[in-house]
Write a protein of this length. Structure first.
Length: 139
């Protein structure tokens, strides 16, 4: 399991740049950022090299930030790679709250999921032939 940073961000010009500046000034490196938004605010999810410090510096700067546990699964970067992973996870009866993916090379993708009870199924995901990545492996 890896730590993910979630920031509740007002949907207002300049807020994302300000968030990124706070992290940059604290020398926190991001490997992934995604935004889910509604009209008034967005949920910015970030995988970074020091999630706890990121929560602290963002809180000090007036942002609402929290850390949560997610899983990062390495998947072949090819058509059907994600479908096969999701079918394996479906067979395990997992409740996926949300997910996103990104490529780390021409051959490899990373799929990140927030799953209820994920700690209980990590071995089953590995047994299905998938590699779970650590935060260090993403940097």
């Amino acid at each position: 399991m890896i730590d993910q940073l979630t920031v509740f961000l007002e949907n207002k010009e300049g807020r994302l740049a300000a968030l990124c500046r706070v992290l940059a000034d604290a020398e926190i490196n991001m490997t992934m950022l995604t935004i889910a938004e509604v009209s008034d605010y967005g949920l910015v999810r970030i995988i970074c090299d020091d999630t706890q410090r990121a929560v602290e510096v963002l809180d000090e700067a007036g942002f609402r930030a929290m850390s949560s546990k997610v899983i990062a699964v390495e998947v072949p970067n090819r058509p059907g790679g994600l479908a096969e992973l999701l079918e394996s996870m479906d067979a395990l009866k997992l409740n996926i709250e949300y997910g996103y993916c990104f490529n780390i090379s021409e051959q490899r993708s990373v799929d990140v999921f927030k799953i209820n009870g994920a700690e209980d199924v990590l071995d089953s995901i590995r047994d299905a032939g998938y590699t779970l990545l650590t935060s260090e492996e993403l940097f």
